[in-house]
Design a protein around this ligand. Sequence first.
Ligand code: NAP
Length: 246
Amino acid sequence: MTEKRIALVTGAARGIGKAIAAQLASEACFVVAADSDAGAGAALLSEFGRDSLSFEKTDVSDEAQVEALFSRIDQNFGKIDVLVNNAGIIRDNLIWNMPTEDFDHVLNLNLRGVWLICRAAAERMKRQNNGRIVNIASRAWLGNRGQTNYSASKAGVIGLTRALALELGRYNVSVNAVAPGLIDTPMTRQLAPEVLEKLIEAQPTRTMGTPDDVAHAVAFLASPETRFITGQTVYVDGGKSIGAGW
Ligand code: NAP
C-alpha cells in the first residue's frame, strides 16, 4: 500500500466524487474518501476494500475538521500526492427569492471549503516538491439563471485554481480545474423533470454526461505525466460551453 499514490477525494460518497475515487483506485492510488455523509463509509469500504480506500467523515467547510483530516493523513501515510476538491452543493433560486443563508452556505462550502483544503494540501505538497490538485468547478461559472450563488462560487474556484497554480508551479505541483456540464448524479436528479428535459435539449450532444466522463478527465490531470499542464480549466460538458449557435 505504501507504494501507492495517496489521493484525497472530497464528497466521495456518491455521484461524481465516487466515480473519481473508483477511477483513481484503478490507477494505483490509495483513496482517502472524505465526505460529510458518515453513513456512506461502510458501503464504500466494502465496495472498494481496505487496501484501496479509507473513509474520513469530514465537513470540508469546517476549518477544525479540515486540519484534523490532514493530521490523520500525515499520521497514516506521511504524504499526499493527489487532491481532488469535489464536494459541492446547489441552493438555486432567482436572486430576489434567494435567502442570504443560501448564498452564504454555497460560498462557504464550494469556495471557502476548497480554499481551506487547498491551503492544507499546498503546505504539504510544497514540502514534498510533488503534487497534483484538481478542483471541480462547473460550466455554470459562465452564468446560469437561478444560480447567482453557485456560479459565483465556481468562478471563485477557477480564480483560486489559477492563482494557486502560479504559487505552486516551482514546487512541481500542478493545479487545474475540471468544469463539468450536465452530469447524471443525485444532484441533478433534484431538478424537475421538465427542467431537466429542456437542459438536455440544449446540449450539443443531446445527452447528459456521466460521472465516469468527469472521472477520466480528473485522472488525466492527476497523473504524474501531466506535470506541464497547470492553471487550466478543462470542460467536460458535451460542448455546452461553446455557446455560439444555441
Ligand atoms: P452530489 O451527488 O450531491 O454529491 C456530493 C457529495 O458531497 C455528497 O456525498 C455530499 O454528502 C458531499 N458533501 C456535501 N457537503 C459536504 C461537506 N460540507 N463536506 C464534505 N462532503 C460534502 O454532487 P455531484 O453532482 O456528484 O457533484 C460533485 C461536484 O461536481 C460538485 O462540486 C458539483 O458542484 C460539481 N458539478 C456537478 C454537476 C452535475 O451536473 N452533477 C455539474 C457541474 C459541476 P451529503 O450526502 O452529506 O450531502
